[in-house]
Design a protein around this ligand. Structure first.
Ligand SMILES: Cc1cc2nc3c(=O)[nH]c(=O)nc-3n(C[C@H](O)[C@H](O)[C@H](O)COP(=O)(O)OP(=O)(O)OC[C@H]3O[C@@H](n4cnc5c(N)ncnc54)[C@H](O)[C@@H]3O)c2cc1C
Length: 382
């Protein structure tokens, strides 16, 4: 068993870490206050190639493996989630479907401009009446000659207000199909833009389709296979989101360790009180366990396996364990932790909370894992 990574991957991880600590974490208060990502930060991400993580080199991207993407996302998790989410939706669920299932024409049209960040991507699955139960969507695409006509309503779509296009799911007959819908299509409008608890700098909104006519060649892959494509995008997305949670938990643990080593009560640093020391040890152990699950899932995906149970396991452990760890860090900061925009721990606490809800909530991950167990998938072979 070999847990080492190559020199190139170490350099990749180091450059993303330097970018996050040296640039993004320098402007985190500004992002919290303005709810905008500074242009310079997006330019920095673009210069590092972070907007083309999933895109094949022939279209101008970095074409990283899932394991390499997990390394990148773990480092993104050390910084503001508005930035991490901008990058991860654009390069992950908003892009993987085009790379894997798109036609050559779709790849030529979308991928080069996505790789440079000129065109921002998004992924439109959730609707007001169907989140966890996504199959219950109501948005419809009716075939009309050489076009489809879309009607329906999507919600909570990250990047939508700034996106060039939406990787959209709609009902075609009894099944679901995937479409690339350009944002400037007549009949497509942005609805409510949400003001969220954390994730500052993210652009999250509704999308409304009213008799939006899109060309038949906007269909991705085969009609009726949309849900299979969504699941494939999501199992990779769950692994990289889990990696982001690990990065956030690690950062929170480091901040708490530093604070606990300096802050004194009863004549010694609070980190020397055994209950705080044990809490730090638990935070570290939980983060290591989640990290192992993340890289195991990434490794399986890179071998071409579906890794359904493993990616859900990684997401469940990383989101729940990450939340517990960040909340423990908040406790170690005492009253100072509860002050807005002073010690960063408040920002991490607000950000990581949503990992238990989106990309499949923790309850949904347990439904998936239990379903796999019932099918005999009870243990991953070594
Ligand atoms: C910040 C943010 C960004 C998002 N970005 C996107 C995006 O880019 N694209 C996109 O398509 N969606 C996006 N979403 C939507 C997100 O994926 C959904 O919020 C999520 O799937 C949960 O759906 P819901 O909110 O409708 O909750 P519901 O499905 O209504 O669930 C509510 C609660 O009930 C629980 N629950 C539901 N069913 C069961 C069950 N059978 N057993 C036990 N518990 C259950 C859930 O776990 C949850 O805790 C985003 C959401 C947020 C908050």
């Amino acid at each position: 068993m070999d847990f080492s990574i190559s020199d190139d991957d170490r350099i990749l991880r180091g450059s993303v870490r330097d970018f996050i600590e040296g640039e993004a974490n320098q402007v985190w208060r500004e992002i919290e206050e303005t709810d905008e990502l500074p242009d310079g930060l997006i330019a920095g991400a673009r210069d590092l190639g972070l907007l083309g993580l999933s895109i094949p080199a022939e279209y101008g991207g970095l074409d990283l493996t899932v394991t390499q993407k997990a390394l990148v996302h773990e480092m993104l998790g050390r910084g503001p989630w508005g930035l991490a989410s901008y990058i991860s939706v654009h390069t992950g669920i908003g892009c993987v479907g085009i790379v894997r299932f798109g036609s050559d024409e779709q790849k030529r049209r979308y991928l080069p401009k996505m790789a440079t960040g000129e065109w921002l991507g998004s992924f439109a699955l959730t609707e007001p009446g169907s989140g966890s139960d996504a199959r219950n969507m109501k948005t419809r695409a009716e075939r009309d000659g050489d076009a489809y006509v879309l009607n329906g309503h999507k919600t909570f779509i990250t990047n939508a207000p700034k996106a060039h296009h939406f990787f959209t799911f709609a009902r075609t007959g009894d099944s679901v199909s995937a479409f690339l819908v350009d944002a400037d299509t007549p009949g497509v409008a942005i609805g409510q833009v949400f003001d969220t608890l954390g994730h500052r700098g993210s652009y999250i909104s509704e999308i409304v389709f009213e008799n939006a006519r899109i060309p038949a060649h906007a269909l991705v892959g085969e009609e009726g296979r949309g849900f299979d494509y969504a699941k494939r995008c999501l199992s990779e997305g769950r692994t990289t989101l889990a990696a982001r949670c690990v990065g956030s938990a690690q950062k929170a643990m480091e901040l708490a360790l530093e604070y606990g080593s300096q802050r004194e009560t009863f004549g010694k640093p609070i980190a020397d009180h055994q209950s705080i020391a044990f809490r730090l040890a638990q935070m570290s152990a939980r983060t290591e366990a989640a990290r192992l699950a993340v890289y195991r899932s990434a490794w399986l995906l890179d071998r071409g396996e579906a890794a359904v149970r493993e990616s859900s396991t990684a997401k469940l452990l990383a989101a729940e364990g990450g939340w517990q760890t960040v909340d423990d860090a908040m406790q170690i900061f005492g009253g100072n932790g509860y002050v807005r925009c002073e010690y960063m721990i408040d920002r991490i606490w607000r950000d990581i909370r949503v990992a238990r809800v989106y990309d499949g909530s923790s309850e949904v991950q347990q439904i998936v894992i239990a379903g796999r167990l019932r099918k005999g998938d009870v243990e991953t072979a070594m």
